[in-house]
Design a binder for this molecule. Structure first.
Ligand code: ADP
Length: 294
């Protein structure tokens, strides 16, 4: 059987309604995977992500992440239908949502704050996942500083070291990891349900203007880490932050911690793409270090 025949059977099983493919189109825009919109003779559409078979676990984790984000009903998230390997490819099939509708930053800010109000006792998640294609470690911890030091900065730094990140970078981030508690004076983060990879490219709006988030790297962590990433490549506009704060105001120390949280993503960018991200990460780590030493 071809890949598309196997996927059609899997969709039939998952939806309980016979699916016969009529058309498929490559969907652009993804950074990591090959994406296709698959349409049936009955007009139903599905969004299919494909990659090498070794990456099947990445899609399993993504499917679980999408489920977790859908559960509170705070924000629209595509429903994952099935995943696995077929005809030498790993696949993930989900609900297709027509995107590109009118953006409503205010509604999005409110909804994200409501998502973050879903909390747990500890930081982490029941499984590891990926951030881009880099593994993301989600071992449960009751202490956020330990979690951020070990499973976020420490893990990315180790990969950066192996990829030739350079002594300056390694020394700066190691020194920063020593002084992490300084960033949490008078602030106790709660373990909130996070999207985990919330840059502008992973959010959009459906045809009715409902905010939609996708491509997550879910875990329970300080909500400021999600908000920080919205600012990494430009920011979502003042209405978004005002609406977020109206539901659950950020702590005044957010501004400094924002950079600490985005350092994780910059290190990951170095690990994924190399180049100037090493220097950018080192400069940021040194700035944070200076701030911590006051
Ligand atoms: P990648 O994991 O390769 O980065 P994404 O999950 O970000 O891929 O998807 C690539 C693009 O496809 C997104 O930028 C978005 O525009 C679109 N997209 C993602 N999920 C859906 C969906 N369920 N329905 C319709 N379009 C989607």
């Amino acid at each position: 059987m071809t890949l598309w025949q196997i996927l059609s059977e899997a969709i039939t099983q998952a939806t309980g309604s016979p699916f016969t493919p009529a058309d498929r189109r490559a969907a652009g825009g993804g950074c990591i995977n090959e994406a296709t919109v698959l349409q049936g003779t009955d007009g139903r559409r599905f969004f299919v992500k494909l990659n090498r078979p070794e990456l099947a676990e990445m899609f399993a984790a993504e499917a679980e992440g999408l489920h977790a984000l859908r559960e509170p009903g705070a924000i629209r998230v595509p429903e994952p239908l099935c995943h696995g390997t077929a005809a030498g490819r790993a696949y993930l099939v989900m609900e297709h949502i027509p995107l590109g509708g009118p953006r409503d930053a205010r509604r999005f800010g409110e909804q994200l704050a409501r998502l973050h109000q879903c909390t747990r006792e500890r930081f982490g998640w029941h499984r590891d996942n990926t951030i881009g294609s880099t593994p993301q470690i989600n071992t449960w911890e009751s202490d956020w500083v330990t979690f951020w030091r070990q499973h976020r900065l420490g893990y990315q730094l180790e990969r950066a070291r192996r990829q030739g990140g350079g002594r300056g970078l390694v020394q700066a981030v190691e020194a920063l990891m020593e002084v992490l508690p300084a960033f949490f004076d008078g602030y106790t983060p709660r373990p909130s349900l996070l999207h985990g990879d919330l840059w502008g490219g992973n959010q959009d709006a459906d045809a009715q203007g409902n905010p939609v988030i996708f491509d997550p790297a879910v875990y329970f962590g300080d909500r400021e880490a999600d908000v920080a990433m919205t600012e990494l490549f430009g920011g979502f506009g003042p209405d978004f932050y005002a609406a977020y704060d109206a539901v659950w105001p950020r702590d005044p120390g957010y501004r400094v911690r924002r950079d600490l949280y985005n350092l994780y993503h910059l290190l990951n960018h170095f690990n994924l793409f190399g180049g100037g991200y090493a220097g950018q990460s080192e400069r940021l780590a040194r700035r944070l270090l200076a701030a911590a030493r006051g």
